[in-house]
Ligand binder design. Structure first.
Ligand code: FAD
Length: 317
């Protein structure tokens, strides 16, 4: 099978590659097959090969929003990775595997900004578009003009171009989360004309705010960022009105008030600094994290009547 994949894709294919080496959580069992692709063409060939050989496939960007099971993934993992970028006027075109921070920095050199709020979000542009990653009430989707996707049909693999409106962006949501067979291959962003100094100043103020609120722990200790989605504010949450920011009630606030900061199961812990982060402080297994997530959800539901929903994506369970 490995040789067939190598022939069809034209790239080195690894077998039993530990996925903990490719996730920011540093958790995850082996990928049966693993290939790293740097272009749309390589991505297309890899997906087509998986279809032809009847293999399950998984797209991995920066691995910063996933919890991969201890059993790993029994199929082909396709990791996207590249940093080429094309800038024309205010339009920035990138392969989905481009690192988000690098894209923001490259655009800044051409005096294009707007995405400063996302400069501390790890991962790729494709991952950020799929989850409409964001902060401070803004989302990456706000700056998307067009998305090219590879659609895996029953029999054939084809290309489709979507406009921003087609993408159905919402809080940490998009069309791509509902269509697992639509793989983002290229993204066109439209950014704002801004001086490098202004962009840098804004990034510095965001860095300072983050440090004030979280200290360094969530960045120094492996995690997958926020474990739970914040809760969209509705009248039913009236008694938590004081906690609301940007139209949401922070999930971390419930976790903190339930006295769960520092709660540990195995090697997993609710961060002492940012209660919506679960950190891998000591060789945690995926099982430790799943149990801790379940513990937190139950406690918050019992104490506040609020059902937390995972932001982190489960893989291989
Ligand atoms: C320290 C830290 C801080 C964080 N802060 C934030 C924050 O402030 N705001 C925020 O929103 N998030 C935050 N995150 C979470 C994470 O960085 C984002 O969700 C990020 O956008 C995920 O991108 P990725 O490339 O790493 O995706 P991955 O984790 O690799 O993948 C996530 C999901 O998307 C799928 N996927 C990836 N690429 C594609 C593609 N091209 N086409 C189709 N599906 C794809 C994967 O299969 C998987 O299901 C943080 C994470 C960490 C570790």
């Amino acid at each position: 099978m490995k040789d067939k994949l190598r022939t069809l894709i034209g790239l080195e294919v690894k077998e039993n590659e530990p996925l903990k080496n490719h996730t920011t959580f540093k958790i995850g069992g082996p990928a049966k097959f693993f290939v790293e692709v740097q272009s749309k063409d390589e991505l297309f060939k890899s997906l087509k090969a998986a279809r032809e050989l009847n293999l399950k496939y998984l797209i991995l960007g920066g691995g910063s929003n996933v919890l991969v099971s201890d059993d790993g993934f029994d199929g082909l993992v396709i990791k996207l990775n590249n940093n080429e970028i094309e800038i024309k006027g205010s339009q920035v075109t990138v392969f989905a595997g481009n690192n988000l921070k690098n894209t923001i920095n490259q655009a800044m050199k051409e005096n294009l900004g707007g995405l400063e709020f996302a400069a501390n979000i790890p991962g790729t542009v494709g991952g950020a578009v799929r989850g409409n990653a964001g902060a401070y009430g803004k989302g990456v989707g706000d700056y998307v003009e067009q998305v090219e996707v590879i659609v895996l049909g029953e029999k054939e693999v084809s290309l489709k171009v979507l406009t921003k409106d087609d993408c159905e962006f919402d809080y940490r949501e998009s069309l791509f989360k509902k269509n697992e067979n639509w793989i983002i291959s290229e993204v066109v962003l439209v950014l704002e004309s801004k001086s490098q100094e202004d962009i840098q100043k804004e990034q510095e103020s965001i860095d300072a705010d983050w440090k004030k609120r979280c200290g360094s722990q969530p960045y120094d200790t492996p995690s997958a960022g926020c474990t739970f989605k914040n809760i969209i504010y509705t009248d039913e949450l009236l008694k938590y009105k004081d906690w609301e920011t940007h139209g949401k009630v922070p999930a971390g606030r419930f976790i903190e008030e339930a006295d769960l900061k520092g709660k540990k199961i195995g090697g997993a812990m609710v961060s002492e600094k940012h209660s919506n982060f679960i950190v891998n402080f000591d060789n945690a297994t995926a099982d430790d994290v799943v149990q801790l997530i379940s513990f937190v959800k139950t406690r918050v539901r019992d104490e506040f009547g609020v059902q937390l929903q995972e932001e982190v994506q489960y893989i291989g369970f």
